[in-house]
Design a protein. Structure first.
Lengths: 363, 512
């Protein structure tokens, strides 16, 4: 986020009836009150999407709040949180906003946030309130905050209006289940999805692609000997699995000889004539993806995440040369990853192929 | 294709935002101890490296007269990055980046320096597998361009390395000071480099909002149908600066507003606003269309009526008293250099015939702004005037390049009440309010494009030549006394004669 974009304030807690017209009026008042003298007739509310977050419990509200403090600065949107809350009676609503000074302009800009809490058994009412509050004619992104439960009552009601579902297989006890659920929604209902675990891999994938931009490195791909991926806390993390699937699908290799290990699994990937050894392992002490090692007949490539700095160390070893460099890795908290997902709509088929490949490996 | 060159079928690129990264190469910066290198070039390269946009095997070689070692160069550049970089300097990233920074000390005209440069580059090729790919960047005074090009040729440095890689030359403006000197410069460069190897940089074209002109025009369906003489009344391109010459009096005395801004920046922006749509952004498509616009600009026949030149006198800017131009350091007391220029142009083609285009640029104006203002013709029937409303204000579309980048559209709306009063209102889109992300520096984009071999945002020779063909007669006429030099107070919007330029046609300058 730009350094001169500063969040000024969070305006919270205005309880309000679940009435779309009343909520619209209340938002307008918020803008005027907070903008003060900066508000003038030329101000336009820009909303390029609806971000509907579905979750349960107070933690979901905190996650939503953190994301809405950041995302609207790049993707002006209406954020709607639909949360199951045992303390709620019926469906309750509150509105809020994050306001900030826009980059370089001194302009006062506010997001629009509606929090809807529904008592257990109120799923349909909660979903209907969400639907009534959607800004028309702009995409609807549904973000599953807690877990990948696409059969949940609220989500099921909302899917018909969704353009895309944002889920996070890393939050799933078994990432493979999340992949299957996401693929089913895509295959059976034609709704696009984006796995935030996949999105966290963007920097890794870009670096790996860059390694093979060179013709001499490309020429090594048919001579690939091994790929080692390290990531996970006791068992491979979802991002490590997705990266393995990405390698297999992009290289069009078929798995064979899959063998489980205490800390992960190994397999041989074939293209009909040759085999490439794949190992996906975890490290008890470290959770996310942290290292990739690729070896070919002539060259070795290493990418390692330096945990303290968050930077990536990249090393290439060739018979006649060795190169090293250090590059920045963007933050991968939920807000940053969702921002990235909203920016990136081009890689969906690659993501799907990667998921299918890792499911083929795991079976 | 060399061993270090990039391929086009990298399976890992599918679905990625970038289609490729540049080939490994050596970037050689001539004038490496100068201001441009410290403020812009090295910080831009550092940010590109930090952001994973540069390949492994990239090295940077500074070339300048100062007797520095590699270590001294690295230390100076580290200080520069810490001071001027868009992203903060981070030690581990800097250390890896600095490892590939090298320095060759030499006079630009001394042959032996180029021999040492060649040896250094060959060594880099061997160490990094850069395949002889080289980007030469002339961050020097233009007077050194020809000598550097000649020496590079003599040293065999434009043939690629041992593997025959690509060679490109980036040249900073000004590209000559009139048609004759521009041709001479081009001939000198052409003795050593082919046109497709020469990248003439105008950093203004690397700005996001300049690039957005094409997105706005060709990425939306609603504007292009009205983007022509049938609907457009007049177009204005304005560059207003509050600053004076800022210690560059010596340079500005030789340049003036017409050479400094109109010949390149304003005409380039004008061409983006008026060019025909391209079928793709491949190859030379955009530059071909821009050249057609330059060819269609009618030569300025009546310099006295179609141009205004002026110089600022003492005045006040933002509440501060400021001296007149002739009191600035490095400026002659009897200087006739213009700090303000305004022109009226006509583009005689099917789309724009009879639409006047007004260009103005000035220093020490009341506010800093670069804008394109497109005024549309009024509705054919003044329906609401018959009902008592005042004369309608024409629709106005303003593309703001800087600051407060954005787009606004003025249209008429009914004032609430029983009468049919119409009042102009603005619909405003502001980049800062909508994309709270920092745009990359123009130099980052342009350096990356040069390394990738994408010359779309660079100026081609025919564009330079056509611009000088248009403006050299103006310079000649001004020198012989046509359109006498006017004066304007610092802090004002320019001389009365500039107002007359538009009022003569029944127009007025857009209020910025």
């Amino acid at each position: 986020m730009a350094q001169d974009v500063t969040a000024l304030e969070k305006i919270t807690g205005k309880e309000i009836a679940v009435d779309p017209a009343g909520i619209e009026d209340a938002f307008l008042r918020i803008w005027r009150e907070t903008a003060g003298d900066a508000y003038d007739a030329s101000t336009v509310r820009l909303r390029v999407l609806n971000l509907v977050a579905v979750g349960s419990g107070p933690a979901a509200g905190d996650s939503f709040d953190r994301v809405m403090a950041v995302v609207p600065q790049r993707h002006p949107c209406r954020g709607i949180l639909a949360v199951a809350d045992t303390a709620a009676s019926g469906v309750e609503a509150s509105i809020g906003a994050h306001c900030w000074n826009a980059a370089g302009t001194g302009r006062h800009v506010c997001s629009e946030e509606v929090s809807l809490r529904g008592a257990p058994g109120q799923a349909r009412a909660l979903a209907s309130a969400v639907l009534a509050l959607l800004v028309p004619e702009v995409p609807v992104e549904i973000w599953l905050i807690d877990n990948v439960d696409l059969d949940g009552a609220v989500v099921a009601e909302l899917l018909a209006s969704a353009d895309r579902v944002l889920l996070d297989s890393a939050r799933s006890a078994n990432p493979a289940d999340a992949y299957r659920a996401a693929l089913a929604v895509s295959d059976e209902r034609g709704i696009a999805f984006c796995d935030l675990a996949w999105q966290r891999l963007a920097g890794w994938r870009a670096l790996i692609a860059q390694l093979f931009d060179r013709t001499d490195a490309m020429a090594e791909l048919p001579r690939l000997q091994s790929i080692e991926i390290v990531g996970g806390d006791g068992r491979p993390s979802s991002d490590a699995l997705l990266l393995a699937g990405w390698f297999a699908s992009r290289l069009r290799l078929q798995p064979a000889d899959v063998s489980a290990r205490v800390d992960g699994f190994g397999a041989t990937l074939y293209d009909g004539t040759r085999g490439t050894r794949l190992a996906v392992t975890s490290d008890v002490q470290r959770a996310p993806l942290r290292e990739v090692r690729i070896r070919t007949e002539r060259a070795s490539f290493f990418i390692q995440l330096h945990e303290d700095s968050g930077h990536m160390h990249v090393r290439e070893e060739w018979p006649d040369r060795q190169t090293r460099r250090t590059v920045a890795m963007e933050p991968i908290d939920d807000a940053a990853v969702i921002l990235d997902a909203l920016d990136d709509r081009d890689g969906a088929s690659v993501e799907i192929d990667s998921m299918r490949a890792i499911l083929a490996l795991s079976t | 294709m060399t061993s270090g060159a990039t391929g086009s079928s990298n399976p890992f690129r599918t679905g990625q935002r970038l289609s490729r990264t540049p080939d490994p190469c050596a970037v050689v910066v001539f004038g490496a101890t100068g201001d441009l290198t410290a403020r812009k070039l090295i910080p831009a390269l550092y940010n590109l490296a930090r952001g994973r946009l540069l390949p492994a095997g990239l090295s940077i070689v500074g070339f300048a007269r100062r007797d520095w070692t590699d270590e001294q160069f690295r230390a100076a550049m580290k200080e520069a990055v810490a001071k001027f970089s868009r992203e903060p300097l981070q030690e581990d990233i800097w250390d890896a980046f600095a490892h590939e920074l090298h320095y060759v000390s030499s006079d630009f005209a001394a042959a032996d320096g180029y021999g040492r440069l060649r040896d250094r580059l060959l060594k880099q090729d061997q160490q990094h597998g850069a395949g002889g790919n080289r980007l030469f960047y002339l961050a020097t005074p233009p007077t050194a361009y020809a000598a550097i090009a000649q020496r590079l040729g003599e040293a065999g440095l434009v043939k690629g390395g041992t593997d025959g890689g690509w060679i490109r030359l980036v040249v900073e403006k000004p590209f000559g000071r009139d048609l004759a000197t521009a041709r001479e410069l081009n001939q000198n460069l052409g003795l050593v480099f082919r046109e497709r190897q020469i990248y003439r940089i105008d950093h203004n074209l690397g700005k996001e909002t300049v690039q957005n002109i094409l997105v706005f025009r060709f990425g939306n369906g609603i504007f292009e149908p009205i983007w022509n003489r049938r609907y457009v009344d007049n177009v204005q391109v304005s560059v207003a600066e509050t600053v004076g010459v800022e210690g560059r009096g010596g340079y500005y005395e030789e340049a003036g507003a017409l050479r400094d801004m109109v010949q390149n920046h304003l005409l380039q922006v004008l061409s983006l606003v008026t060019m025909e749509p391209v079928a793709s952004f491949r190859g030379d498509a955009v530059r071909d269309e821009k050249a057609k616009v330059f060819q269609a600009i009618v030569p300025i026949a009546d310099v006295a009526r179609q141009t205004v030149r002026a110089q600022y006198a003492a005045g006040a800017i933002l509440g501060q008293d400021v001296p007149g131009y002739r009191q600035e350091e490095g400026v002659a007391k009897d200087s006739v250099t213009e700090t303000y220029a305004a022109l009226k142009l006509q583009i005689e083609n099917w789309r724009w015939a009879d639409v006047p285009f007004y260009l103005r640029v000035g220093k020490r104006l009341p506010k800093r702004a670069t804008e394109i203002a497109i005024t549309f013709k009024t509705a054919p029937l003044q329906l609401f005037r018959q009902m008592g409303s005042e004369n309608p204000t024409p629709n106005l579309l303003v593309l703001r390049i800087q600051p407060d980048e954005g787009i606004s559209l003025r249209f008429g709306a009914k004032v609430p009440g029983t009468r049919s009063d119409v009042r102009p209102v603005n619909m405003d889109f502001r980049y800062g309010s909508s994309f709270g992300v920092e745009a990359p520096e123009a130099y980052e984009r342009l350096l990356l494009d040069a390394m990738l071999g994408d010359s779309t945002l660079f100026t081609r020779w025919d564009g330079v030549e056509l611009a000088w063909e248009l403006l050299t007669p103006v310079l000649d006429a001004w020198r012989s006394g046509a359109s006498p030099l006017q004066s304007y107070d610092a802090g004002s919007w320019g001389p009365d004669a500039a107002r007359a330029l538009t009022e003569r046609d029944g127009h007025e300058w857009h209020r910025m």
